[in-house]
Design a protein around this ligand. Sequence first.
Ligand SMILES: [Zn+2]
Length: 161
Amino acid sequence: METTITHQQFLAQATELATRNVLNGGGPFGAVIVTADDQVFEGLNRVTANNDPTAHAEVTAIRAACSATGTFDLTGATLYSSCEPCPMCLASSLWARVAGVYFAADRQDAAAAGFDDAEFYDFFDTPVAERSMPVARLTLGDAGHLAPFTAWAALDSRIEY
Ligand SMILES: [Zn+2]
């Protein structure tokens, strides 16, 4: 099928980027995003290079695509990643309204290489009370916690996303 070949070509491109990135001060991860109108953008892992724990290849690809096309909405785009996206990258893809995600290596491959993707997936499968990092709601009293949403709802110039 022609579509399958195209998917595999972009996936191969993402994986080649990942391998090259290792020799360029980055982690072994690469991504390619193809917008709905067939523009292609690349992303590289730059976590240690930029001291940015969020600079995963998928996120940098999304940022590159959004910056170049002047939008925060990549509806209809397809994301190819050299490795199964971690929960952050998966959520980033959801926020960007990516239509589909394809990956080569999986979270177990990443774990074997020393990366925490599988562990973070486990985090979400662990009951809240037993998680390694506590996340808890604190009370502000009155309706203080709703003030940002009230301000948002009242703003005529808001851009919905
Ligand atoms: Zn990630």
